[in-house]
Write a new protein. Sequence first.
Length: 289
Amino acid sequence: MPTWTALTTLDNPASAEALGEAMEGLVPEPTGIGVFEMEDGSGLWEVGGYFTDDPDAAGLALLAKIHGAKDFVVSQLPEVDWVAHVKRELSPVEAGRFFVYGSHDADRLPSGRIGLLIEASMAFGTGHHGTTLGCLKALDRLANRGVVARNVIDVGCGTAVLAMAAAKIWPNPTMASDIDEVACDVARANIAANQMEDSVHVVEAAGFDHPDIAAAQPFDLVFANILKGPLIGLAPDMSRMISKGGRAILSGILNPQADEVVGVYQANGFSVDHREVNGDWTTLTMLRG
């Protein structure tokens, strides 16, 4: 089945969200809409839609004008079996004691490693990206130092690979949350595939805004592998939700953005416990004073 994309950018997150909502009224209707802060440090927000029929160019042009966006760029994508492609391209990832793999690589799990099964069709957050890899390495480093976290949450969990990794080494109930309903479904499917339903509890929430999260705090360890803007916005809540002496593992931070994130978290009672660069991305382990 052919697929079209329609992409544009804005410099205002509120306008970007409004444009994304307005696209739901297009005919033909998009099969999916995404609103994301771009990861290049530009401060721009990308709004995109996916269509199984050629989208309405006039409707897109009108929406772009109303919301102050650049003209949409419409492209038809080639037909690709993406699951088969991912299986070919994604090799297992090793991060310290962790081995992240797809079911097609189940026979490659080394002895003595902690295996985390992430299906290829759920490839966001497999560990191949420098942000997820950095978080897994940070977790492994803490465990090697003898740190024990008895109360953990993964905020913006995606595939829930980080929540599962923590639950594998510390046998205590772990939480995972995401603002996106589909991401929560993906997380639950991965948790079930790893037979960890009793170990990881998933909730749909923006940040820490959920009664189950409020009841479980304070946390010894919080993962937040998201983006600079949301990380900065979460800093006050992070300080409130993490116990004294607890840690936050933060990623989704481009290297030039790291100092700004550090400054905001220092102003909210944290100090830098560790800082690591993986390619273009920085992972911060912050200690709550």
